[in-house]
Write a protein that binds this ligand. Structure first.
Ligand SMILES: NC(=O)c1ccc[n+]([C@@H]2O[C@H](COP(=O)([O-])OP(=O)(O)OC[C@H]3O[C@@H](n4cnc5c(N)ncnc54)[C@H](O)[C@@H]3O)[C@@H](O)[C@H]2O)c1
Length: 488
């Protein structure tokens, strides 16, 4: 398993031109088990040594909590996105420039194409590490996906639109700086993180990688904005998982609390349940702090679980096809269930199946991001939107897939498997999600026809399914310091 890859240069591909260059002040960043990418020196150790805080016992006091959210500045004046042009008359003929970090991934690819179609000038920044995780763990997307270079060439040949491409790791600040200076973004959409909770719980090295990659990457983006594009709006993908499953309604980012006769509006409490989710909480805190301290303008999109594979743009050609993960590490619940139904594997409900979360269609992810860009946060504002459209329990999803599968003549069964995660299996869940609707989001609700089409995709590619990847293989309780290797 232990073969070392070293990729010490980065590639900029834009307008048909290809140039290679090698960052200078670099050290090795060790990727879990087998990959070494050369990046700039990591400041993580220094940070950790300053990270301890003292805990003092506090007397128990009575609190009352009122459910409210902070007013958001764009409520008075919202912009319906119809094109990627600047709002101010002075700049109205200039398209907005959007840097999509993580633009080769599931949400990022669909978003980059959608924004390009809407006449934004788009650049993708991606280290391609997600494709490497697949090689590392022996996984593959259900749908065949083309290389990022072929994807971008195909888009250009179909639409005449150029998407710039910067291949590199945003943890390498020198690389990120060059992309900022070269592309000069008006908005940065940041999808570029290790996004799987199970991946972060495989072993110590994956936990450390996840937090290093996500927290340092986001910190670098914040510094790049401060140093090189202070007007730039950061749209950062967070997750609904940051909130956990409290026994009260979940608000959009903030909650007003009256405690011992005094009232304040405070960040909504976070109760993350994996090293991945914790990395997102750390990101949110760093972004909130820099909005206050440096006047950064930011929108944190606390996204629910995304399902679906097709958007108007990815439908245009097979080389534009998006990835579709169904395995126990990267697959999300509904996508996983559709593939299981297609290959005749019982739907794997973890534990009691009452785990309830917010969900959304990938077509709504791209809409939400565009709405956030078109209605930017004000300088110094840290805005939080809960980005999902419907709530389902795992049992609800299994029932919906069973019904849709039976309609197609599939024999769908459900089994309960021991829950590999540490989470409540039956709980209260009611999360607000009105801010994006107020901005104009038109949700795609999970309908019979959508489920049919998802199942059809799963059936179409069922010969590509590796059934060994279906069962969960990562346990929250069994994670250890010893590197976990994958054998053939
Ligand atoms: N997919 C979901 O259901 C879901 C739900 C909630 C939140 N999110 C968030 O949305 C974002 C995108 O998720 P996704 O499903 O598209 O993930 P993905 O893994 O498919 O895509 C992430 C992309 O970022 C790139 N990347 C990772 N680290 C990088 C780095 N240091 N430098 C440059 N590129 C890097 C990867 O190569 C990959 O192409 C993530 O931040 C995730 O936490 C996703």
């Amino acid at each position: 398993m232990a073969h070392l890859l070293s990729t010490g240069c980065y590639l900029k591909l834009s307008n048909g031109g290809v140039s290679y260059s090698t960052p200078s002040t670099q050290c090795s960043k060790v990727y879990p088990t087998s990959l070494t990418l050369r990046t700039s020196r990591s400041p993580l150790k220094k940070l950790i040594s300053h990270g301890e805080s003292s805990h003092r016992e506090r007397p128990l006091r009575r609190c009352t909590v009122t459910a409210t959210t902070l007013p958001i500045s764009q409520e008075a004046q919202k912009t319906h996105p119809s094109s990627g042009f600047h709002n101010s008359p002075k700049e109205s003929s200039k398209p907005k420039r959007v840097m999509v970090i993580g633009g080769d991934g599931y949400c990022g690819w669909a978003t980059a194409l959608h924004l390009s179609k809407q006449n934004y000038e788009v650049a993708i920044v991606d280290s391609l590490v997600r494709r490497f995780f697949d090689h590392q763990l022996g996984l593959d997307s259900l749908t065949p996906i083309s290389s990022i270079h072929d994807r971008i060439r195909c888009w250009k040949s179909l639409t005449g639109k150029t998407i710039e491409l910067y291949i590199g790791d945003i943890c390498d600040f020198e690389f990120l700086t060059e992309t900022f200076k070269s592309f000069e973004p008006d908005s940065v959409v940041h999808f570029g993180e290790q996004r799987s909770a199970p991946y972060s719980m495989i072993d110590r090295s994956r936990a450390v990688f996840t937090q290093n990659n996500n927290v340092i990457g986001t910190l670098n983006v914040l510094f790049a904005i401060k140093e090189y594009r202070e007007e730039c709006h950061l749209v950062k993908l967070g997750t609904m998982g940051e909130y956990g499953t409290p026994n009260i309604d979940i608000e959009e980012g903030y909650i007003t609390i009256t405690h011992n006769g005094r009232t304040d509006t405070l960040p909504y409490p976070k109760q993350a349940s994996s090293f991945y989710h914790l990395s997102k909480v750390h990101d949110s805190n760093n972004i909130a702090f820099t909005c206050k301290a440096w006047g950064i303008r930011a929108t944190d999109l606390n996204q629910g679980v995304v399902y679906g594979v097709r958007t108007d743009e990815t439908e245009m050609h097979e080389d534009l096809c998006n990835r579709f993960d169904y395995d126990g590490v990267f697959g999300t619940a509904l996508n996983r269930f559709c593939v299981q139904a297609a290959v005749g594997h019982p739907l794997t409900v973890y534990g009691k199946g009452g785990q309830t979360r917010g969900y959304l269609d990938i077509r709504d992810t791209v809409q939400c991001v565009e709405l956030a860009i078109a209605n930017p946060a004000q300088p110094g504002e840290f805005r939080v939107f809960n980005q999902f459209t419907e709530q389902f329990s795992v049992n609800d999803l299994a029932a919906l897939v069973t019904k849709a599968g039976e309609k197609m003549g599939l024999d769908v069964r459900t089994i309960s498997v021991p829950n590999p995660r540490v989470e409540a299996e039956e709980h209260y869940y009611n999360a607000k999600h009105t801010k994006l609707i107020e901005l104009g989001l038109k949700p795609h609700i999970l309908s019979d026809s959508l489920l049919d089409s998802l199942l059809n995709v799963a059936v179409q590619f069922k010969d590509r399914v590796d059934t060994k990847q279906i069962m969960p293989s990562v346990s929250w309780r069994k994670i250890g310091a010893k590197p976990k290797t994958v054998s053939a």
